[in-house]
Design a protein around this ligand. Structure first.
Ligand code: NAD
Ligand code: ZN
Length: 367
């Protein structure tokens, strides 16, 4: 039986369904959520080989007209050129306003397809079928869509909520191990933000999550519910939603300094190091115990994630470079840095006035 996380956003309320075999049932489920609509599937080459055929069969069995556009895999696809290609493919397939854009893929496809759905015909319906762990627990929840600009990541986009999210946990079996592990950093993040019992559960049950046991669906459901709760409280990111950036002020700096080269560091790996930094920094400021910081690092290391800045392949940066990279981040406001700090596991809070000098001191000690 499937788990359902309901996202109560008034007229735009929708369900996230988590379970096995959802792609095989997608035709029926999409047909029920958006009766009579045709589907424009946006996907990438990896998914076109693995899970697209099952999705097409399912839509055909449900009598749903469909077309597809296949993009190359990778972050570089979240660009103006592919955005144009995707929009024109949807329009060229004679999709109307009430029809559905279906994103079958990881966060790259979800963000790109969602942005196309937000603007083609001034807004089409949108269904997410997230296929990476990161997409299932993070990017498919919350309604943020967009592409990258040469000036930076995610600088062009829109808020556009889906009508339905289908998180098929079985599709994760074909996801490369490294990508799964990276997504796990975001799962652990939800425990660290405000759910100490979930973090303790992960410490006990991570093997089942990785092996694809029933623990996996539970971890995904808990994570979706955690993100959905924050999104509902703060849909357009005025306040509380910043908690989701735990570890990310550091992580974004590491990604920038490794030139977004996934061969060196993928996002979730940067987040793992960033989470450890957030807790070690909190401990250095006397906010949280060194024991809690040690638990965070111990767990992430146990599942095989990197936890230290010096562990980044080819790392030759220094504290000044990291600080510079943090100041380029779009979330930085005049001088003071916004950090998510913690008083303990599951006790994170937003701190808007962190002095650059205290970060500098912490980083010097880390390096
Ligand atoms: P991704 O979409 O590039 O997917 C990672 C790789 O795994 C790709 O090569 C993809 O083809 C492959 N893949 C995905 N599912 C697969 C499967 N089931 N089997 C085999 N291969 C599979 O990367 P991602 O980590 O899923 O997403 C990263 C993107 O998400 C970034 O662009 C980031 O900005 C975005 N993001 C958005 C939000 C949001 O709120 N909108 C939040 C977090 C991240
Ligand atoms: Zn993240």
């Amino acid at each position: 039986s499937d788990a359902i996380v309901h996202v109560p956003l008034g007229e735009r309320a929708y369900d996230i369904r988590i379970g096995h075999g959802l792609i095989e049932r997608a035709g029926e489920l999409i047909g029920a959520a958006t009766p009579g609509a045709a589907c424009a599937i946006v996907t990438d080459e990896n998914l076109a080989r693995t899970h697209l055929p099952a999705l097409e069969r399912s839509l055909e069995a449900a009598g749903i007209r469909h077309a597809q556009v296949v993009c190359p895999p990778g972050e570089a696809t979240k660009c103006y050129r592919w955005f144009e290609t995707v929009c024109d493919a949807i329009i060229g397939a004679r999709m109307e306003r009430g029809d559905v854009v279906v994103a079958l893929g990881g966060g790259v496809i979800g963000d790109l397809a969602g942005f196309a759905a937000a603007v083609v015909r001034r807004g089409m319906r949108f269904v997410q079928i997230p296929t990476s762990l990161l997409a299932q627990v993070d990017s498919s929840v919350g309604g943020k869509t967009g592409i990258n600009s040469p000036h930076g990541k995610n600088l062009v986009g829109a808020f556009h909520q889906p009508s339905l999210v289908l998180a098929d946990v079985g599709v994760l079996d074909t996801l490369p191990e490294r990508e799964f592990r990276a997504g796990y950093a975001e799962v652990a993040k939800y425990g660290l933000i405000d759910d100490p019992a979930f973090f303790a559960w992960l410490e006990e049950n991570h093997r089942g999550v990785f092996a694809g046991g029933p623990e996996r669906a539970h971890a995904i459901q808990t994570s979706c519910a955690a993100k959905a709760a924050v999104v509902v409280r703060d849909e357009t990111e005025q306040g509380d939603r910043a908690l989701l950036n735990l570890g990310h002020t550091f992580a974004h700096a590491f990604e920038r300094l490794t030139h977004y080269d996934g061969a060196r560091l993928v996002h979730g790996e940067a987040v793992a190091i960033g989470l450890v930094c957030a807790f070690r920094f909190s401990a250095a400021l006397g906010l949280c115990s060194g024991q809690d910081a040690g638990r965070v690092e111990g767990h992430l290391r146990t599942v095989g994630l990197p936890t230290r800045i010096r562990g980044i392949p080819g790392w030759d940066g220094d504290a000044a470079a990291i600080l510079d990279a943090m100041f380029q981040d779009k979330k930085v406001k005049r001088g003071a840095l916004t950090f998510i700090l913690a008083r303990g596991i599951g006790q994170s809070f937003i701190s808007r006035g962190v002095e650059p000098s205290s970060v500098r001191e912490f980083l010097d000690a880390e390096l």
